[in-house]
Design a protein around this ligand. Structure first.
Ligand SMILES: C[S@@+](CC[C@H](N)C(=O)[O-])C[C@H]1O[C@@H](n2cnc3c(N)ncnc32)[C@H](O)[C@@H]1O
Length: 318
């Protein structure tokens, strides 16, 4: 049967589907939010930010996301792994379709990738040492214990291109609770806009600035290269600050794939929901004129990656 979906959390858990069946049977028109049993209600975190709404920004473009988004360079993982004394367990938060989990699985014995979107997880690679879990946006400690692990049991928490969507105070308390003390590490990174050659960069920068009204204000933390994001951890051994440390990732793309990358943006989806097609005919024409392929129908697209890394150390609730 069709799943009606909760208007609040779009939860697709079996429990909720039971509620949907119930709705059909009794034939009562009740607002779905009153029935949802996934345990999550629309809630506001500090600063009036609605973290459920943030989490829902990636529901509709999961397939585009899995094919069009870049993975991350080996140097990034080597650097992070060199800072954890043991390589047992990683919790990859906001794992999406496993862009970081797939590489972490080569280094750590066990990876738990969590995401609020079961749609995103559907497209994540299935690997023997990776377990995916769909979670609520703000996990309680008991949910954390049930889905990820016990207190002080995790070597590394990673957050790839997702820290800006999280409620930092709640999340950092979870991180503090679950990381091994004092050596547990948190590594969070983002990538900013892609770079190609000067001609295409120029056209793309104009397009990106025109897309600004459709980005959530939290995207500003990415534009800022995570320099201003709250990150209350101690520098890891061998470093005197917590970053950002710069890396670079590269993806070969044809223009169609590049457009799929744009369609995977939360801003693209937000614009579409408001009846605006960001990739309109005029934009596609400008892109086509400026897109000079490097060979084999593809172009090298690079994304600067900015890493914040720290250890739980003596982190107290500050
Ligand atoms: C930009 S994507 C990043 C995906 C992947 N880690 C990557 O590197 O491409 C952000 C992901 O965070 C998830 N997300 C948003 N809010 C979340 C939250 N509060 N808890 C867990 N995941 C969340 C979204 O569903 C989405 O899959």
């Amino acid at each position: 049967m069709d799943h009606y979906g909760c208007k609040v959390c779009e939860c697709t858990s079996n429990k909720e589907q039971t509620s949907c069946i119930l709705v059909m049977v009794v034939g009562t028109i009740i607002h779905m939010a009153t029935l949802c049993v996934c345990g999550e209600r629309e809630r506001e975190g500090g600063g009036g930010v609605n973290y459920r709404k943030m989490a829902n920004l990636f529901l509709k473009q999961a397939k585009q996301y899995s094919v069009a988004r870049p993975g991350y360079p080996q140097q990034l993982f080597d650097f992070i792994a060199s800072k954890t004394p043991t390589h047992d367990v990683v919790w990859d938060v906001g794992t999406g379709s496993g862009q970081a989990a797939i590489s972490l699985a080569n280094i750590y014995k066990s990876v738990i990738g969590t995401d609020t979107s079961s749609k995103q997880l559907e497209f994540a690679p299935k690997l023997p040492n990776v377990r995916y879990e769909c979670t609520s946006p703000n996990l309680s400690i008991s949910e954390l214990e049930e889905k990820i692990g016990t207190e002080s049991s995790v070597d590394l928490v990673t957050v790839a291109q997702a820290l800006h969507w999280l409620d930092h105070d709640t999340f950092y308390n979870q991180v503090k609770w679950i990381l091994k003390k004092p050596s547990g590490i948190i590594a969070a990174w983002c990538y900013t806009i892609p770079k190609t050659d000067d001609e295409f960069n120029h056209v793309f920068h104009k397009f990106y600035s025109e897309s600004k009204p459709y980005w959530d204000s939290l995207r500003g933390l990415v534009d800022d290269k995570y320099t201003s994001i709250k990150f209350p951890f101690d520098p890891v051994d061998g470093c005197d600050h917590t970053g950002p440390f710069e890396f670079q990732t590269e993806k070969l793309m044809n223009l169609g794939e590049f457009c799929a990358y744009i369609r995977s943006w939360s801003a693209y989806q937000t614009a579409k929901d408001q009846g605006v097609e960001l990739l309109n005919d005029g934009v596609i024409e400008e892109f086509t004129k400026a897109w000079k392929e490097d060979g084999n129908g593809q172009k090298s697209v690079t994304y600067p990656v900015y890493l914040r890394i720290g250890k739980v150390g003596k982190y107290l609730n500050n």
